[in-house]
Design a protein around this ligand. Sequence first.
Ligand code: UGA
Length: 342
Amino acid sequence: MALVGCGGFIGSHLLKAILERTSWRVFGVDLDSYRIQEHLANDRFEFLCADLNERSVVERLAQFPVVVNLAAICTPSRYMAEAATVIRSNYDHPARLADACAKSGSWLIHFSTSEIYGKTAADSGLLDEDSSEITFGPVTASRWSYATAKLLTERYLMGLDGLRWTVVRPFNFVGPYMDFMPGVDGEGIPRVLANFSSALVRGDALKLVNGGAAKRSFTSVHDAVDFMFRLFETGAAAEGQAFNVGNPDNELTIAELASRMRVIFAKIKGVDESLVPQPIVVDGEEYYGKGYEDSLRRMPSVTKAEKILGFRATTPLDVVLEESLRWFVDHYQVVVNPMVAE
Ligand code: UGA
């Protein structure tokens, strides 16, 4: 099995589970290995520090019977300022890998995104893999650079003669090792869970973009790993399909997320919630940059994964949030919190 992006947030959890639960050998490619240090000496794991820019790497990956591609730039704060880089990472590289897999006969499992459903409205219903209509903002709204590149990749995979493919569309996976803490091991604005966790650890106010009315359904990364095992076990019957991977039971607004995270953080720290700063509202374009727009609701239909794979995500929201926040607090404990007394 080959894993592209084995050192990323999802990739590192998948790699760990594969090495623990199976006897498979894994060839992993990534530019970063900090999340997978514990596996580098494992005999069944070969790590190559590279990306899909290198032709020889693509050729080698396509020698494996199953290739999972998790590599992507997927941080919304980069979609505006670095649109061309984002498009290269999310279209050019995967298309190159797909070409090689079509030639070699490998099964390519490609991670796309729930963001391909576009600029969804607040009252939009369940997002269905094969029938939902898709609308994006204007071409000048570069927020959609990522989503349009990902959508083009899906269309390319579906149209490529001879390719055995499956597409996975993650709906806001969260858990340990998600993204980074700005100024510590990354720059810019990470996705909401990491950004809220960073602010809580620092004693800063959580920032609600445009009031925090947008809704998301957060999914445990452990459920996502279980989904992947169901996919591997199912094999051929899952080929030629795109699957939403999400947890419709875990939907809430970002403002509600902020208040839940404040409560959980106070519990972890053993302090009164009143000591945790109140959230503040920020304007989306001022915060992220010109061209930022948002999906107001992202609610997955999950019946296809249930029917074909017998899979449904089960981890409740509070369990996911507490695990993620506890991990963040422990992992970044070197950063002193000036507002909340121990
Ligand atoms: C992102 C990526 O673009 C998707 O590719 C990816 O699949 C998806 O995350 C995901 O994790 O599955 P999005 O959900 O918009 O999409 O990413 P976040 O940055 O986590 O934002 C979620 C919501 O929180 C947005 O409404 C955003 O405006 C808001 N937000 C974010 C805040 O209110 N405050 C913050 O500090 C950060």
